[in-house]
Ligand binder design. Structure first.
Ligand SMILES: N[C@@H](CCC(=O)N[C@@H](CS)C(=O)NCC(=O)O)C(=O)O
Length: 327
């Protein structure tokens, strides 16, 4: 590791539902997320695209953690109504009383025992796509099709290193050299993605896949938080014609924009990371209504859900504020 470089801690609990001690069962598990968090948002989108809302319930944490980390202060009595706990950390402690590492989202908790099953964000979405298949809705799309897996994995590796994690490495770098190196790599990758997405609607094949979900969760946060707060300011996403149209196209696709809470995103980053934003002031911009402008990507062809169908309306109680109203 280079001096001044941010290092991401590996996930600690990596069990997979549908294997070992954790049988697949509708209604047994609860997905705990923050709508601020890009890693958690992958799971929120996949759960909705696959129609797993009733099989896997969801708890949304307050975007502002306190010294005990993620908490359920958005819920009545400051408790998650299903798990009955005030802090996500209680599920970590129920799983392993000696655990002293970070309390992160996304997490899946076993409701009957209150124990954490996994906080392994790279595997959670794949788990939902593969082992959870018996519980998918009719018409659920194939987000990780076998024939495209090698290509999806290769794209994901580059996107994780340079983009998803690249923005954090830029934002949390403590030495100029480390910052300059990662930010150059980030924008070189965005340039390459701009070129790839100029002639094709989606990253791999002609339908939405896991690769699009992983890239998009960073793109949707980019101008709101990474450009300013994380100093990724060579360009905004709105200055890349293809990436910006691609971002809007997915935003307007059911299952993507209808999971995003920009207020949670902005407040989480700017208020929580006091080391890089000591005043905690949350800036005003940008104009969110632009997300609803026409994108023209239909001209590139593509079949968003392949042989499947779009997801239905957002489940009751899971609605997010509309960007039209927020503008
Ligand atoms: N387990 C993943 C978690 C993904 C992640 O970083 N989630 C953030 C929110 S965006 C989080 O919960 N951070 C609190 C913590 O790790 O203590 C990791 O360690 O990298």
């Amino acid at each position: 590791m280079e001096d001044g470089e941010f290092e991401r801690a590996p996930s600690h609990f990596t069990d997979r539902i549908g294997t070992g001690d954790w049988p697949l069962e509708a209604g047994r598990y609860r997905l705990v997320v923050s709508r601020a968090c890009p890693w958690a948002s992958r799971a929120v989108i996949v759960r909705r695209l696959l129609g797993l809302e009733s099989a896997l319930s969801m708890a949304v944490a307050d975007p502002i953690q306190d010294s005990r980390s993620w908490r359920f202060t958005l819920d009545p009595g400051d408790r998650d109504p299903v798990l009955g706990i005030r802090y996500l950390g209680e599920a970590y402690a129920a799983r392993d009383a000696s655990y002293s590492g970070g309390i992160s989202v996304p997490a899946i908790v076993d409701v009957p025992s209150g124990r954490l099953v996994t906080n392994d964000y790279p595997e959670i979405t794949l788990n939902l796509e593969l082992e959870w298949a018996p519980l998918h809705r009719p018409g659920a799309p194939s987000l990780y099709p076998e024939a495209l897996r090698d290509e999806i994995d290769a794209v994901n590796e580059d996107v994780f290193r340079d983009v998803n994690n690249g923005v954090y490495m830029a934002g949390f770098a403590t030495r100029q050299r480390a910052y300059s190196r990662v930010v150059a790599r980030l924008f070189a990758r965005l340039d390459a993605l701009e070129s790839r997405l100029s002639s094709q609607r989606y990253l791999v094949g002609d339908t939405i896949t896991e690769a699009d979900i992983r890239l998009w969760v960073t793109l949707v946060r980019f101008d709101v938080v990474y450009h300013g707060h994380f100093k990724c300011n060579r360009r905004k996403i709105t200055e890349y014609p293809a990436l910006w149209a691609y971002s809007r196209d997915l935003f307007q696709t059911p299952g993507f924009g209808d999971t995003v809470n920009f207020d949670h995103i902005a407040r989480h980053y700017y208020e929580v990371h006091r080391n890089i934003n000591p005043t905690g002031i949350v800036p005003i911009g940008p104009d969110l209504s632009l997300w609803l402008t026409p994108h023209g990507r239909e001209e590139l062809g593509g079949r968003p859900f392949g042989d499947g169908t779009p997801p239905g309306p957002v489940a009751e109680g899971e609605e997010v504020p509309s960007v039209a109203a927020a503008a």
